[in-house]
Design a protein around this ligand. Structure first.
Ligand code: PLP
Length: 435
């Protein structure tokens, strides 16, 4: 597509956007913010570019949470079947069969639950492949699970290195695969650079070596369609409060390929016991014959944390994940175009740090700038909410269901203005942490 730099063009894209009506179903907070000149303050809706960290609240979720309160009042929670329906919607979003997904736990707990199931060091096969750019919970969990099996992460954890500090080459992961490896655990999308791994290719390579492979999909579920079952992915997990907009207390999701249904989870619970035995409270645990075996207790599998996941998953399925990915790619493409055209030269010096190809990137643009932290603060004062990742990345994520092309265009004008007016220099240069 041929993009143009003028504001009219953004309006045209919005006019042609089939997802535009969804914005009205979200709550966009208002804040007192600086105007384009950087001087006058007024109260306006924010431009929210951080939906990849925490999705916005929707009316759909609000109504379902209220409905859950009614169900609690009337003691009908168990009868509602919301937990199964939520899992069915989530299965559609990841390309799984309905009984391969459960809504349970949290992302970090689910990493532990799945690795503790699939990492069974035996004979020569004692190692786990991870990588140095994955999210911290994943890195901690891999070492922790190796220690829990009485082994040493120094010997058994293979950490694939990045060549450029931002991305991991699939070839390097594949080169680490051997008959000494039990499990390979990777992200779908890297949370800083936005790189999307080739899941199909890596899964096939792992299986060629007899390795179990699983993915942390916190940065892709709800914005990128997956085909886990068809590709034979062994397991996956994700949170539901980022692109899923499932609320701050949203229960997470996990997927286990049906070929593993007979296995005993590393963290078996009474709620994951086969339903016929659930209330027997016998010493012996029996598999459910589907992914429900991996339930992490009733409290993390039904009720308040699950009802918003039901509503937000339904909304994304109804809107159409393919249409969501299409808009996400177009809006991020447009954002990269505007940065390249308007902000790549002196005195702006912004650059794009994520891979460019559509099949290699997720739902956010990683804008690189030496002054990323102070620029992020200046943007926030202007009512544009980005996400700063130390040391030099500003993550900007246009969310297909509630970000307009007009807003993408405006964000670029703000990125320009905070440099033109030297507004970022008002902030403390020494602070290092995320704010
Ligand atoms: C956000 C995120 C998590 C978050 O874990 P919680 O247990 O929900 O706090 C885990 N992994 C990745 C890759 C993430 O992006």
């Amino acid at each position: 597509m041929e993009y143009k730099t003028g504001a009219e063009f953004a309006k045209r894209l919005d006019g042609e956007d089939p997802l535009a009506p969804y914005k009205g179903r979200f709550y966009i907070p208002e804040r007192e913010t600086l105007d384009m000149g950087g001087k006058t303050r007024s109260v306006k809706p924010i431009i929210y570019m951080d939906g990849n960290s925490l999705g916005l609240a929707s009316k759909d979720v609000e109504e379902e949470m209220k409905a859950e309160f009614e169900r609690w009042k009337n003691l009908t929670t168990r009868r509602s079947g919301i937990d199964k329906k939520a899992a069915e919607y989530q299965a559609k979003l990841v390309g799984a069969e309905a009984d391969e997904v459960v809504v349970t736990g949290g992302a970090s707990i689910n990493i532990h639950a799945l690795i503790s199931t699939f990492y069974n060091p035996k004979g020569r096969r004692t190692k786990i492949i991870g990588d140095e750019l994955n999210f911290s919970s994943d890195i901690y969990a891999l070492a922790g699970q190796i220690r829990l099996k009485g082994r040493d992460p120094e010997k058994d954890l293979i950490v694939v290195k990045s060549r450029d500090g931002r991305t991991i080459a699939e070839e390097d992961i594949i080169a680490a695969m051997s008959d000494e490896v039990s499990v390979c655990h990777l992200p779908s999308v890297y949370f800083v650079s936005g790189q999307l791994l080739d899941i199909k290719r890596l899964t096939k390579a792992a299986h060629d070596h007899g390795i179990i492979i699983g993915y942390d999909c916190c940065h892709s579920v709800g914005v990128i369609p997956h085909r886990f079952h068809e590709w034979g992915v062994d397991y996956a997990l994700w949170c539901n409060y980022k692109y899923m907009n499932g609320s701050t207390g949203a229960i997470a999701g996990l997927y286990v390929h049906r070929s593993h249904f007979g296995e005993t989870p590393g963290l078996p619970t009474w709620w994951g016991n086969s339903p016929g035995n659930r209330f027997d409270f016998k010493a012996e645990w029996t598999p459910t014959g589907n992914a429900a075996s991996w339930h992490l207790g009733s409290n993390l599998g039904i009720g308040f944390g699950v009802s918003p996941v039901y509503a937000s998953s339904k909304m994304i399925v109804d809107a159409g994940l393919d249409r969501i990915r299409e808009k996400s790619l177009k809006a991020t493409d447009y954002l990269m175009f505007l940065i390249d055209e308007l902000l790549s030269e002196k005195p702006y010096n912004y650059s794009v740090g994520n891979p460019r190809e559509a099949e290699r990137r997720g739902g956010h643009v990683a804008v690189e700038h030496e002054e990323a932290r102070r620029i992020s603060e200046a943007l926030t004062a202007r009512g544009v909410l980005p996400d700063f990742r130390p040391p030099t990345t500003i993550r900007l994520s246009p969310i297909p269901l509630y970000t307009t092309y007009q807003e993408v265009w405006e964000v670029v004008q703000h990125l320009k203005a905070v440099v033109d007016n030297k507004e970022y220099q008002r902030y403390d240069a020494k602070k290092k942490e995320a704010y």
